[in-house]
Design a protein. Sequence first.
Length: 113
Amino acid sequence: QVQLVESGGGLVQPGGSLRLSCLASGFTFSSKSMRWYRQAPGKEREWVAHISSAGYTNYADSVKGRFTISRDNAKNTVYLQMNSLKPEDTAIYYCAILGYNSWGQGTQVTVSS
């Protein structure tokens, strides 16, 4: 059974940083591309970042240069390092497996002074 458990969210001031984690289980993590998405109140869920099984990455224009996605296959975990946070980054953040329709509970990120 596929399971994704996100953690690391919280309240941070503009310009601050957070590191999100997503612990995955129930599939061969090292062979799958992983993604982070987010959903702000009243908005559609949007893609944020992607990492392939080989470690290639790409990002939405809105977070490029501020966010970094990484993975640790030994720990079955994908990370999202978020720097220079802005109020518009406020959302629930979810990790996902490319090609699967499985979602965790998400982790809330709030950027506010």
